[in-house]
Design a protein around this ligand. Structure first.
Ligand SMILES: NC(=O)c1ccc[n+]([C@@H]2O[C@H](COP(=O)([O-])OP(=O)(O)OC[C@H]3O[C@@H](n4cnc5c(N)ncnc54)[C@H](O)[C@@H]3O)[C@@H](O)[C@H]2O)c1
Length: 390
């Protein structure tokens, strides 16, 4: 049996029966909006995949989506519940619904015994993430969260630098990023309404910034948080006039800016801010301070899944203060980050001993920080981050 690695496509010249299970993997897509296009694009490149089913709450949307992508015979349903009531031999599902529908869809899928690729953010609240993880535990299936920047070689370099000991003991991290004006309304208001998105900049791009640094330092448990969030731009009709939709301000129900100070296990302090809209170009680069050296990671055009320029290590050599530039690493694999994200999911289905490429046990802490910021903001004070047992 020829197994593929997550950095290569399976051998396209091999017969299907030599790949994976000895048959094609049966995949479904739930939620056929914007990001589902990236999922289906990657699945279509994989010779060991057959897309057999899909669902969307909007009648006719799933049918039109698969037709647009040139796929015939895909069975379409009007909800995740309908899909799982009828489909009994799925190997995996991509859940591409808006944030508030991540938890219910993931729980349905896992309870149906189906491996799950769940788009980011994990969920809206910590409690939802815990419920999804309980379903994951019951099912014994793979649950991976869709953080494609994990597959970027420069992101991987950040982790290598932190793990190498080059920085010494890491004690302070400043991270985050943001846009001057960039409240996303690509498909109407699903990113900005409370009942669909649940969280705004925090869940859309904040989760990436947190993952970049937390993954690099081994995901220490978050202990306390002082958080603040605001919606000054989202609630202002002037923000949307250029897009011809001033009425979007009336339905804006999430954060467009957030900042927090988070205490992590291991005496590490995380200073974080994220923005969809502000009167500033960038809130600054990511910096990781250690006792032996510091690392500067230039901020990105929030968020394209990589670093914004060459990184720099600030350290001392023979008593002199010097800087070492880490050149940008080019990816010559020919695969996009999305291809790698989908391939790693398929590889984990084929060989579950590989485990989830982006495990829920890590992203639970990411979610607990995001949720902690919202809870601290509501309480108006620092709060202890409580994470229930799974
Ligand atoms: N990884 C990335 O780069 C990336 C980029 C954009 C969006 N996302 C994430 O993807 C998710 C979706 O974003 P989008 O832009 O595609 O949103 P969207 O609003 O365009 O699409 C979501 C679709 O899900 C459908 N849906 C919701 N609940 C459903 C259910 N229970 N059953 C069936 N269909 C259901 C909606 O009808 C809608 O068509 C968000 O959580 C977002 O954070 C990830």
């Amino acid at each position: 049996m020829a197994l593929s690695s997550s950095n290569t496509y399976p051998d396209q010249t091999a017969k299907d029966e030599t790949i994976g299970f000895g048959r094609k993997l049966k995949i479904a897509i739930i939620g056929t909006g914007g990001i589902a296009n990236a999922h289906i694009g990657a699945y279509k490149k994989m010779p060991d995949v057959e897309i057999v089913a899909g669902a969307d709450l909007i009648p006719g949307k799933a049918e039109a989506f698969f037709k647009k992508h040139g796929l015939e015979g895909v069975r379409c349903y009007n909800s995740d519940a309908e899909l799982f009531a009828s489909e009994h031999d799925l190997d995996g599902v991509s859940i591409c619904t808006y944030n508030c529908q991540h938890a219910p869809c993931a729980i349905h899928a896992l309870d149906a015994g189906v491996n799950v690729m769940l788009e980011k953010p994990f969920t809206v609240t910590t409690e939802e993430a815990v419920e999804v993880m309980r379903a994951e535990k019951r099912s014994g299936k793979i649950l991976t969260i869709g953080f494609q920047p994990r597959f970027d070689l420069n992101m991987q370099m950040i982790k290598k630098i932190c793990e190498s000991g080059e920085l010494g003991k890491i004690y302070y991290i400043q991270t985050g990023g943001g846009r001057r004006r960039g409240i996303p309304t690509p498909s109407g208001t699903t990113f900005i309404q409370k009942d669909t998105a649940g969280i705004g900049a925090l869940g859309d791009i904040g989760c990436y910034s947190l993952d970049m640094v937390l993954n690099a330092i081994g995901y220490p448990r978050p202990l306390t948080v002082t958080g603040f969030k605001s919606d000054y731009f989202g609630k202002n009709p002037a923000t949307y006039v250029g897009r011809g939709h001033p009425e979007y301000a009336d339905v804006f129900g999430v954060d467009d800016f957030a900042a927090a100070f988070i205490r992590l296990e291991g005496d590490i302090f995380l200073d974080f801010r994220i923005s969809w809209a502000m009167n500033m170009d960038t809130p600054g680069d990511t910096i990781i301070l250690g006792t032996k050296a510091g690392l500067r990671i230039p901020s990105t055009d929030c968020w394209n899944g990589t670093v914004g320029g060459p990184m720099k290590i600030y350290h001392e050599v023979a008593g002199e203060q010097v800087e070492t530039v880490i050149p940008i690493i080019e990816d010559r694999s020919g695969m996009t980050l999305f291809d790698k994200k989908i391939r790693s999911f398929l590889d984990a289905i084929i060989d579950p001993s590989k485990g989830a490429p982006v495990p829920s046990s890590q992203i639970l802490y990411n979610q607990a920080i995001i949720d902690g910021i919202a809870k601290s903001d509501a309480a108006g004070r620092e709060i202890r981050i409580e994470i229930p047992e799974i």
